[in-house]
Write a protein that binds this ligand. Structure first.
Ligand code: PFF
Length: 470
């Protein structure tokens, strides 16, 4: 571990926590696994993965996605967690200190700044979509979707998008939920929330899978997701899969770095990161099975319905099935919980930075950043109503923030992280940090982050921006 430069940091003089962070350390490796899984499992798994799998033809896409997770995303996640644990501070200060220790160029400081800013920018729109999910819990409970047709469900969704006050109400509620957890700190906030939310989430998911089995077409869903039809796979799908592998594992945003900073020292990095990757993939696949088993049981609904799959098609299906409204309620509770445990990790790197560097209390930092993010989020709310016509480079505000973060900032941070740890941080320091891990694996990982990861991510970055430029 690096020497901590921060005056309050628990360096040599804190006997109880010599290997910890100023903000605290997870109670055990399991708290890290649950918190990091909480960050990883979110709207990306339940909302986005099923619809992009649907749009890209199913099976073969799933295989490519799993390969991207294993070959590119997991090695970068190991890199982020390792850097975080070496520095034990917010991503900005961790990277700054590691640059000093290794004599690397100051430009690598961009990793910390870009990661922290991307996290806040993503949270600004993430909270808006999570707000829709909260609203849908109410819709399901009050029976709005009972026996509706696809047109009626579309109208309900469109009406919600037009109602900016309603959208702001749910966005604000979600932001408040996020800020309250982060205000309570590592143990009583983030750690506790993950320990409660994650098992609950798995339980709900299994309940929904049983519902899908009894009421839906689980075999159809299984064949769709695991029937490897390579004919429908395009180069573009490969890029979508790689981009999503980043988003779903919360990498490129400082989240895994800051969660790594709170990881106990007496545990290996590889096994924990692998566990998070496996759990995240499992949730995405089970969510896919649940959603498609329900969709396929209703022949009028298209599997390639796109982003509306969860907010239009699925409610129609729930509204027309026995016990559908009850399980529909559970489904949207599941989505909201998953989004909640992710959103806390989007704001934590910035909160940690204000506490470390500006002397803010955790409460003030969380409230302040929550307010700023909320205001920026209003831009996304307005993109669906009063600002639909306001376009910058062809994007509305919501699309612009999504494009800049997902297609530019995330992959860029990922490339810099891989290059920084692979080529510039002293190999001895990295080896020391990974001394509790399997050394053979460590060598393979090092080779991957030096050569494969930066090239693969650069390909995503270029192919993601290029079509927009031509
Ligand atoms: N991984 C989350 C999801 O799949 O929904 C999104 C996310 C959370 C991205 C936290 C980045 C992050 F820092």
């Amino acid at each position: 571990m690096l020497k901590n430069s921060h005056p309050e940091a628990p360096s040599q003089n804190n006997k109880n926590n010599t290997q910890g962070s100023l903000h605290g350390t997870w109670a055990s490796r399991w708290t890290f696994i649950l918190a990091a899984t909480g960050s990883a499992v979110g709207l990306g798994n339940i909302w986005k993965f099923p619809y992009i799998a649907g749009e890209n033809g199913g099976g073969a896409f799933v295989l490519v996605y799993i390969a991207c997770i294993a070959i590119v995303a997991l090695p970068i996640m190991v890199a982020e967690v390792t850097l975080g644990r070496m520095g034990r501070q917010s991503p900005i200060n961790t990277i700054r200190n590691l640059i000093k220790e290794s004599g690397a160029s100051k430009s690598f400081g961009v990793i910390g700044w870009m990661g922290v800013s991307a996290g806040l920018m993503i949270l600004s729109y993430y909270s808006v979509i999570a707000g829709w999910a909260l609203n849908y819990i109410e819709y399901m409970i009050s029976g709005v979707f009972q026996d509706v047709t696809a047109e009626q469900a579309g109208t309900i969704f469109d009406d919600l998008m037009k109602d900016k006050n309603e959208l702001i109400f749910w966005q604000s509620l979600f932001m408040l939920m996020t800020v309250v957890v982060v205000m309570c700190g590592i143990h009583k906030g983030l750690g506790l929330a993950s320990q409660i939310l994650m098992p609950l989430l798995f339980l709900l998911l299994i309940g929904l899978l049983v519902f899908g089995y009894q009421q839906g077409d689980l075999t159809g869903a299984f064949n769709f997701l695991f029937g490897f039809n390579f004919g429908s796979l395009t180069w573009q799908s490969v890029l979508v899969a790689l981009g999503h592998a980043f988003f779903t594992l919360s990498i490129g945003m400082g989240a895994m770095m800051v969660y790594g900073a709170y990881m106990p020292s007496n545990t290996g990095v590889f096994s924990n990161v692998l566990m998070v990757g496996v759990l995240d993939t499992l949730v995405a696949l089970i969510a896919g099975l649940v959603i498609f088993s329900i969709v396929f049981a209703n022949p009028s609904i298209e599997s390639s319905a796109g982003p509306g799959l969860m907010f239009v098609s699925l409610p129609v299906a729930f509204g027309n099935m026995l016990g559908g409204l009850f399980f529909g309620t559970i489904f949207f509770v599941l989505v909201s919980l998953a989004a909640w445990s992710s959103s806390i990790s989007l704001i934590e790197p910035a909160v940690a930075h204000l506490v470390e560097s500006k002397g803010f209390s955790r409460i003030t930092a969380s409230l302040l950043l929550g307010m700023v993010t909320w205001v920026v989020g209003l831009g996304s709310v307005f993109s669906f109503n009063i600002w639909t016509e306001v376009k910058i480079a062809g994007f509305n505000f919501f699309e612009l923030i999504d494009f800049i973060t997902a297609n530019i900032m995330l992959p860029l941070t990922g490339i810099f992280v891989a290059i920084f740890i692979g080529w510039f941080v002293k190999e001895k320091m990295v080896q020391e940090e990974l001394s509790g891990d399997n050394q053979g694996l460590s060598c393979v990982w090092r080779w991957t982050v030096r050569y494969i990861s930066p090239l693969a991510v650069a390909a995503v970055l270029i192919m993601g921006i290029y079509p927009r430029m031509t």
